[in-house]
Design a protein around this ligand. Structure first.
Ligand SMILES: [Zn+2]
Length: 436
């Protein structure tokens, strides 16, 4: 895993360096240089005006907003001005699970025990996303071939669905099915149990899934009713699809009816698996709108690091700001167990990596399942990059470094590179104010 971490950080730095040469970033950096004297609230407004003059239009609007009274408003305006920088961080985070070289990271999961929780996620046209859960190491290792087959058959966005079918058909183990990971021998007109290569099986099985999805009228990877129909057709044969469409689509009831009818026709004791859809969807999770992703937060996996203290946020903000009297130097704790993925100790453009300087002294912790927590504007750090941390472990102290106009903690949660969904950021969804 060590080499993977290096790869990711190198790629992040490369992206950030590219961003650093962007004129918008440069103007924001100039703005930051002007702002950096403003650690106290009294100097904040003047500094903002100076920043606006030196930083062009982005800074000017920040200065205009900063004319509103109060440190809180000043903080908001500053952070709004650097939204572009934060977008970059999100894009970088988003690129990690989606880039081709991340297959190396997935392949490395081989080193882990057979059944690992893997997340292979993608965002899709029309909103929502689908991902895998509980894939075996064997299936994870075949993801590049699955993706290639999905490209070939015109369903690139359905790779997680094909992986889920493979989990069900193979039990997660290539050797146990003699390579026929999609259980295609019969469909290929061969006697059941005929050896079929992994490549042939993936290609044939993916072709069947593509055809079934078309026949079922699937609108996308979150169209579960049509996906259910296509999946049951994979198990029963695609004759089921037109039969079920004439009866309003897939239901477990009509799957049972079809199974009994076919068993009767053939004089068999049973026909197919009427629970096939449920069996496959154990490995496939769909998130549509805020509820899907928010439910992962609502599980309570993230602890609020400053109990008893309220937060503020505003539209377009990627996180929440926690500030209270004499908060400078107060300890900040990890919201959940994880690995420190990136730290920034020193916050001028010279010290920070690219646009990251706006976070000031900061800590980014990766928690698995695509979640990253970010803690910005710290006065000092208590952890180093690469360290593993437990939930509640001290990671730093509240400060006002970076693009900040007064002591506060900027706290954000990112999921697969997104800071929020449906106009709300994940941090405010994770810690509803009323529960404090
Ligand atoms: Zn903030």
């Amino acid at each position: 895993m060590r080499t993977i971490d290096n790869n990711l950080s190198l790629r992040e730095e490369h992206s950030l360096n590219a961003w650093q040469n962007n004129p918008v970033t440069n103007s924001l950096r100039n703005q930051g240089a002007a702002i950096h004297t403003a650690e106290t609230s009294g100097a904040a407004l003047q500094t903002f005006q100076a920043a606006g003059q030196s930083a062009g239009s982005a800074g000017a609007s920040a200065a205009a907003n900063a004319a509103a009274p109060g440190v809180g408003a000043a903080i908001q305006a500053t952070e709004k001005a650097v939204e572009k920088i934060k977008d970059t961080i999100e894009n970088i985070a988003a690129s990690v699970p989606r880039s081709s070289s991340s297959w190396g990271a997935l392949a490395a999961l081989f080193l882990m025990p057979l059944l690992v929780i893997a997340v292979i996620a993608g965002a899709f046209r029309g909103g929502g996303s689908a991902k895998n859960v509980n894939l075996s190491a064997d299936v994870i290792a075949l993801m590049p071939q699955i993706s290639a087959a999905c490209q070939t058959h015109g369903i690139p966005e359905y790779a997680p669905l094909v992986a889920a079918v493979m989990m069900q058909e193979s039990g997660g183990r290539v050797d146990d099915v003699g390579g026929d990971v999609m259980q295609c021998a019969e469909g290929m007109g061969l006697p059941v149990g005929t050896p079929v290569s992994v490549e042939e099986s993936i290609n044939f099985g993916t072709g069947i899934i593509a055809r079934n999805l078309r026949e079922a009228g699937a609108a996308g990877p979150t169209d579960i009713p049509a996906i259910g129909l296509a999946l049951q057709g994979y198990n029963f044969g695609n004759g089921y699809i037109s039969w079920a469409l004439a009866r309003g689509g897939y239901s477990k009831e009509n799957a049972r009816e079809f199974s009994e009818w076919q068993a009767g026709l053939h004089g068999w004791s049973g026909y197919g698996d009427i629970d096939y859809v449920d069996h496959v969807l154990r490995y496939y999770q769909v998130s549509v709108g805020s509820m899907g992703d928010a439910s992962a937060i609502a599980d309570g996996r993230f602890a609020y690091p400053l109990p008893g203290h309220a937060w503020d946020t505003y539209p377009g903000h990627n996180g929440i700001d926690i500030s209270f009297p004499n908060c400078y130097g107060e300890p900040v704790y990890a919201v959940a167990a994880g690995t420190v993925r990136y730290t920034q100790d020193g916050w001028t453009p010279a010290h920070g990596v690219g646009g990251m300087w706006s976070f000031g002294n900061s800590v980014f912790i990766e928690h698995g399942d695509g979640w990253i927590s970010a803690y910005g504007h710290l006065s000092a750090l208590a952890v180093a990059s690469g360290e593993t941390v437990t939930q509640g472990q001290l990671i730093g102290y509240i400060g006002s470094t970076g693009n900040s106009t007064g002591p506060h903690l900027h706290l954000a949660l990112y999921h697969n590179g997104d800071a929020g969904i449906g106009g709300q950021n994940f941090a405010e969804l994770a810690w509803p104010q009323l529960s404090m």
